[in-house]
Design a protein around this ligand. Structure first.
Ligand SMILES: Nc1nc2c(c(=O)[nH]1)N[C@H]1C(S)=C(S)[C@@H](COP(=O)(O)OP(=O)(O)OC[C@H]3O[C@@H](n4cnc5c(=O)[nH]c(N)nc54)[C@H](O)[C@@H]3O)O[C@H]1N2
Ligand SMILES: Nc1nc2c(c(=O)[nH]1)N[C@H]1C(S)=C(S)[C@@H](COP(=O)(O)OP(=O)(O)OC[C@H]3O[C@@H](n4cnc5c(=O)[nH]c(N)nc54)[C@H](O)[C@@H]3O)O[C@H]1N2
Ligand code: SF4
Ligand SMILES: [Mo]
Length: 701
């Protein structure tokens, strides 16, 4: 059915669902179901108190993606050379038999750890995303140390509070100041703007944004605080300096609820706005104005994002920013405190969905972000184990999104590596696979979701039939488990059974209840969310001086990066890729509005909005390089070289350049995408990739 017909067709019913994509909002959706095979418009559920009827444009147009002519419909077997894209259709049984045969042969030769199931958050459903781990654990395949996204941000936040949870995000609407720090919600999580705008409209609240360029969120802010990449620790210290100096520190709160307030106060005494201005590039007046707003308005809500943690000092900067609310005691008030993610409120029992009961701690954990080095056989990242010779990949596109692409591509090209990719589209990762399997989309299978940026548990039921021969992740994992001799009760259950029992064993009711209510509001009460009886460390104190090795974040994977030199108190930690004479520009690769990582870079309307890969550069820098609007330029650093078109924008500061979106490598002039320039070295102390922390040289092509 073409687009016009679909738009006009009257829905037979409206299905309740949840957005499955990797976005903190996990919106509650209402989907027009046109017939058993077709969806129409997608809207935000009005009664969803966080969604409030607002969703992003790309998901509102989801029919374009679900009914895209390029969707994979049949299992495929590679018939040409690796990467040639030459495939022939085969049956599901034959495809699964080949995968199982290859996995068993690899295991027989090198041991089970040679197989590396690799996944990420293309779908956030607990059944479809995480089921692959059940196979990993049951077979003792190499475990997946997930690092590409959340580690620096989550660990940095937990370092202070002791727990990944905070005030109800809907309280933003009751704040006097909303600080949107290192996240660009206008692009990445539109609902934050809904609630911040409500606070401004209803109570005259001020919106502060802290970012490295004048993106849409900065332009919408009352006080945009423009800093150099990787300098948020300095900004936070100067703000705290002013708060102590001006009598805005809540000493009663500090004494009762924090670990080292006197040390912190003494420490930030020398870190004044002049000092921070040198480091951040932000003028003294703006830093003072920011501190004044926060100091005079205790009801300040710090909405801390992921973006500013994608720096080599990102975990330290996240912690530093989270400390400000503990200095003012903002936590005490409704509409006050610091929020990053509500992951810890859900208390899931993941034994069925993920096979947590079958984990063998002695099996190595391979770092997701270092897939390039791993596939290239570098010894340190293989942790003394066998080479990786067989992979199953679901819901992720590492051939485009992983850092240090030169190695990623070299690794994937290995002839002795067998790769099966289960996908919805022929992504660049699918194109290097030996077997490609067609996957369902969220409206075509049942799944269970949680909202990281809010507080809901939601159901996303199957609403329409899958097209062609598409099968769900769960179907594929169970079918492979059978052929591989992997045993676990989860492999014998349907998605609905898994959802029902997981809700029950996690004390969240049942599937029938969730279906009736559409979502469960899992927000803890005020006292819990605001830590009024103490923070989540055993002594109840917020940590200004965290003992990083014992921060309760995924400690089983050990410490990474230059963790021994992490500063004791909040500070500017100079481990970023500072600009040099040879590489004078700092490059960040911030998310675009119309793509979600590489998802949606197949839909015509998103492509039309993003146009082509572009680099934002300050007009004065461009003039120095004799670069004009639209010119092709070359970026390089020791990791590689990328050709991209320049766009002049005075909203980026001099010496900083921004490449929004993750376009396919193939959409760049010589086939090398932006992650050719990003590094895979781990962020201290818990791993992660510093996607926005790169030094580069620039010349006209
Ligand atoms: N449209 C769209 N939505 C998305 C995504 C997408 O690609 N597109 N991605 C999804 C995913 S996987 C995630 S994890 C979230 C991420 O969403 P966010 O939390 O918003 O994180 P980022 O988008 O990585 O970066 C946010 C902002 O941080 C800025 N930034 C970078 N370095 C620094 C710094 O050192 N200091 C400061 N103050 N700011 C800095 C970037 O320029 C960017 O404007 O969004 C999700 N939503
Ligand atoms: N340069 C740069 N690189 C980045 C980032 C950045 O800011 N800049 N951000 C990083 C971040 S935060 C993240 S989270 C990663 C994300 O990177 P990825 O997790 O790889 O995200 P996507 O590129 O969106 O790819 C998800 C894929 O999953 C597929 N998919 C969706 N649902 C299903 C399903 O149910 N089954 C199967 N089998 N497949 C499905 C989609 O078709 C899509 O191709 O990228 C990272 N890379
Ligand atoms: S804002 Fe995020 S969660 Fe909501 S519909 Fe868009 S991508 Fe999905
Ligand atoms: Mo992410």
């Amino acid at each position: 059915m073409n687009q016009t017909v679909r738009k006009l067709a009257k829905p037979v019913r409206i299905g309740a669902s949840a957005c499955p994509h990797d976005c903190p909002s996990t919106c509650a959706l209402e989907i027009d179901v046109i017939d058993d095979n077709t969806i129409g418009r997608v809207r935000g559920a009005d009664e969803g108190t966080y969604t409030s009827g607002v969703i992003c444009a790309k998901v509102a147009r989801y029919a374009e993606r679900a009914h895209h002519p390029d969707r994979l419909m049949k299992p495929l077997r590679r018939v040409g050379p690796k990467g040639s894209g030459e495939y022939a259709p085969i049956s599901w049984d034959d495809a699964l038999d080949i995968v199982a045969e290859k996995f068993l042969a690899a295991e027989a030769r090198y041991g089970a750890e040679t197989v590396w199931p690799y996944y990420y958050a293309g779908t956030m459903g607990l059944v479809m995303r995480d089921g692959i781990n059940r196979l990993t654990h049951a077979k003792k395949y190499s475990r997946f140390f997930s690092t590409i996204c959340v580690n620096p941000a989550w660990s940095g936040f937990i370092a202070g509070t002791g727990k990944l949870a905070g005030p109800d995000p809907r309280e933003m609407a009751k704040s006097d100041v909303v600080v949107i720090w290192g996240t660009n919600p206008v692009n990445t999580q539109v609902n934050v703007m809904t609630h911040a705008a409500r606070a401004r409209k209803e109570r005259g609240a001020k919106i502060v944004a802290v970012d490295i360029y004048m993106n849409g969120t900065m332009q919408a802010a009352d006080l945009p605080v423009l800093v150099r990449p990787g300098t948020d620790g300095a900004l936070a210290c100067a703000v705290m300096h002013c708060l102590f100096r001006d009598g805005h520190a809540d000493w009663e709160f500090l004494r009762e609820f924090t670990d080292a307030p006197d040390e912190l106060a003494a420490h930030v005494k020398s870190r004044d706005p002049q000092w921070a201005s040198q480091i951040t590039g932000c003028d003294v007046e703006t830093i003072e104005a920011f501190a004044k707003l926060v100091g005079e308005n205790k009801r300040t809500f710090f909405r801390l994002g992921y973006g500013f943690a994608r720096q080599r000092n990102g975990a330290v900067n996240m912690h530093a920013a989270s400390c400000i609310a503990a200095v003012t005691g903002a936590w005490k008030l409704e509409g006050g405190g610091a929020f990053h993610n509500n992951g810890a409120i859900y208390h899931w029992d993941k034994s069925l969905t993920e096979g947590h009961d079958a984990i063998d701690q002695s099996v190595r954990q391979l770092d997701q972000s270092r897939i390039g080095a791993i596939l290239c056989g570098e010894e340190d990242v293989l942790m003394g184990g066998p080479p990786v010779t067989a992979m199953l990949i679901q819901n992720t596109n590492p051939a485009t999104v992983a850092p240090d692409q030169t190695k990623v591509r070299r690794g994937f090209a290995r002839d002795d590596l067998f790769v099966c990719v289960h996908e919805q589209f022929m992504t660049e990762t699918a194109r290097i696979a030996d077997i490609v399997l067609p996957a369902t989309m969220f409206v075509e299978h049942d799944d269970l979701y949680q909202t990281g940026g809010a507080q809901n548990i939601l159901l996303g039921p199957k609403l329409i039939n899958a097209p062609g021969e598409c099968r769900s992740n769960h179907d594929v994992i169970c079918a492979l488990a059978k052929r591989l001799g992997a045993e676990h009760r989860g492999f014998t259950m349907s998605p609905r059974e898994l959802i029902n029992e997981t809700l029950q064993i996690s004390q969240w009711g049942s599937l029938a209840e969730l279906e009736a209510k559409r979502w469960v509001d899992a927000q803890p009460d005020f006292d819990t969310a605001h830590y009024t009886k103490g923070f989540a460390y055993p002594d109840g104190k917020f940590r200004f001086k965290p003992d990083w090795p014992t921060v309760p974040f995924n400690r089983s994977a050990g410490l990474h990066g230059p963790h021994a030199s992490v500063p004791k108190l909040p500070d500017h930690w100079p481990v970023i890729e500072e600009a040099t004479e040879e590489f004078p520009f700092r490059l960040a690769t911030s998310p675009s509005r119309s793509f979600l990582n590489t998802t949606f870079n197949e839909t015509p309307s998103s492509i039309a909005r993003e146009k082509r890969p572009m680099l934002m550069i300050n007009p004065a820098d461009a003039a120095n390089l004799a670069v004009a609007e639209g010119d092709l330029i070359v970026l390089n650093n020791p990791r590689g070289e990328v050709r991209i078109h320049a766009t002049l924008f005075d909203g980026v500061r001099r010496g900083v350049v921004i490449a929004e979106s993750i376009w396919p490598n193939d959409s760049f002039v010589d086939g090398k995408g932006i992650n050719t320039l990003t590094g895979a070295d781990a962020i201290a102390p818990f791993g992660g990739a510093a996607f926005h922390d790169n030094r580069v040289a620039i010349r006209k092509a």
